[in-house]
Ligand binder design. Structure first.
Ligand SMILES: C[S@@+](CC[C@H](N)C(=O)[O-])C[C@H]1O[C@@H](n2cnc3c(N)ncnc32)[C@H](O)[C@@H]1O
Length: 309
C-alpha cells in the first residue's frame, strides 16, 4: 500500500488535538513521569504531555499507522530524548512496556478513531467526501479491506455489520443495493458506495445532522480494523500497568466506543479504578467553533485508587 501523502494532503490535514486541556488536566501529567499515548497520531496531545513532563519524563507513543508515526516523529523531533515511538497496534501495549522493562506508568491516553491525515487522504478510503479505493485499513498489516468485505460477504453478514457497527436502520436496503450492484461488477470506490447508499435510503429519511453515508462508512471501518473487539481487550490490559494514583483517559467518538469505555470503568471498579467524573466531558462551544470535527468527542478518565489493596 502506498502511504506517501501529497503535499496538498499534508498541508490541509494538520490534526487539531481534541479536548487537549481537559486531557492534560485529567491525565494528571507530572514532571518526570512516564506516560503512554496509545494513539499518537500526529502528536498533538503528545506535544502537550511532553511540555509538562519535561525535564526527565518519558512518553511512549504508539500508533499502528506508519505514516502517523513518521509525522509524529517529525513534529516532535525536539523532544526525541524523551519520546519512544512504536508502529504497533495498541493491543500490544503490554508487550511494548515489558520490552522496555516498565512495570507501571503514571498515565495512559487513548484518543480513538481517525486522524485528519487519514480522513483527508482519498487513497485510504475512509472519507465519503473523497473518491478513492474502498480500503479503510488503519495498518498496513491488516489483511482485509472494506472493498473485500463488500464484495465477498453474504447479504446477512453485511447487514449484521451495518446494524451492529453503524446502527444503520436502512441496512437491509443498502445491502440489497450492494448485492445488486456487485452482480454487474465489484463495488470498488467510495463514491460508488455513496451512490448506492443514496439510492437505497429514501430522500426524506436522510439524516439531518450527519451525511447519509456516515453510518455505513463507520460500520465498515470498524469491521475492517476490528476496532471494538481490540478496544474491549486493550483497556483492561492497559489499566493493569497503571501506578496507584495513575490515570487513564479515553476519548471516544461514537456511542459504540463510549459504551465499551463506560462498561470498562464500571467493571474495573473492583480492581480499584475510580471514574474521575461521573459523566463524560465534551468539547466546549469555543472548541466546537474551532474544530467542528470534535462534535461527537467524549472524554472519560479513571484513576487507580491509591488506597485500593
Ligand atoms: C484521533 S487520532 C489521534 C490523534 C492524536 N491524539 C493527535 O493529537 O495527533 C487516532 C490515531 O489512533 C490510531 N489508532 C487507531 N486505532 C489504533 C490501534 N488499535 N492501535 C494503534 N493505533 C491506533 C490511528 O491510526 C490514528 O492515528
Amino acid at each position: 500500500m502506498n502511504r506517501s501523502y501529497s503535499r496538498d494532503t499534508v498541508e490541509k490535514s494538520r490534526h487539531i488535538p481534541v479536548l487537549v486541556d481537559e486531557v492534560i488536566d485529567n491525565l494528571n501529567c507530572l514532571r518526570g513521569g512516564i506516560y503512554v499515548d496509545s494513539t499518537l497520531g500526529e502528536g498533538g496531545h503528545a506535544q502537550r504531555i511532553l511540555e509538562v513532563i519535561l525535564p526527565g519524563g518519558l512518553l511512549i507513543g504508539i500508533d499502528q499507522d506508519g505514516e502517523a508515526i513518521r509525522r509524529a516523529k517529525e513534529n516532535l523531533k525536539k523532544y526525541k530524548e524523551n519520546l519512544l515511538t512504536f508502529e504497533r497496534a495498541f493491543s500490544e501495549i503490554g508487550t511494548i512496556l515489558e520490552s522496555l522493562r516498565i512495570k507501571e506508568v503514571d498515565g495512559i491516553l487513548f484518543d480513538l478513531g481517525l486522524s485528519s491525515l487519514q480522513l483527508q487522504d482519498a487513497t485510504r478510503g475512509f472519507s465519503f467526501q473523497k473518491d478513492g479505493p474502498l480500503d479503510m485499513r488503519m495498518s498496513e498489516s491488516t489483511r482485509l479491506t472494506a472493498g473485500y468485505l463488500l464484495n465477498t460477504l453474504s447479504f446477512d453478514e453485511l447487514v449484521a455489520i451495518l446494524y451492529k457497527y453503524g446502527e444503520e436502520r436502512w441496512a437491509k436496503r443498502i445491502v440489497r443495493r450492494v448485492v445488486e450492484s456487485r452482480r454487474k461488477g465489484p463495488v470498488e470506490t467510495t463514491f460508488q458506495l455513496v451512490e448506492i447508499i443514496k439510492r437505497a435510503i429514501p430522500r426524506s429519511a436522510w439524516p439531518r445532522r450527519i451525511h447519509v453515508a456516515t453510518r455505513t462508512f463507520q460500520a465498515l471501518r470498524i469491521a475492517v480494523n476490528d476496532e471494538l473487539m481490540v478496544l474491549e481487550r486493550t483497556l483492561p490490559q492497559a489499566a493493569g500497568f497503571l501506578k496507584k494514583g495513575g490515570r487513564i483517559c479515553v476519548i471516544s467518538y461514537h456511542s459504540l466506543e463510549d459504551r465499551i469505555v463506560k462498561n470498562f470503568f464500571r467493571e474495573y471498579r473492583k480492581q480499584g479504578l475510580k471514574a474521575v467524573f461521573p459523566k463524560p466531558v465534551t468539547p466546549t462551544r469555543e472548541e466546537l467553533q474551532i474544530n467542528p470535527r470534535c462534535r461527537s468527542a467524549k472524554l472519560r478518565a479513571g484513576e487507580m485508587d491509591p488506597l485500593h489493596l
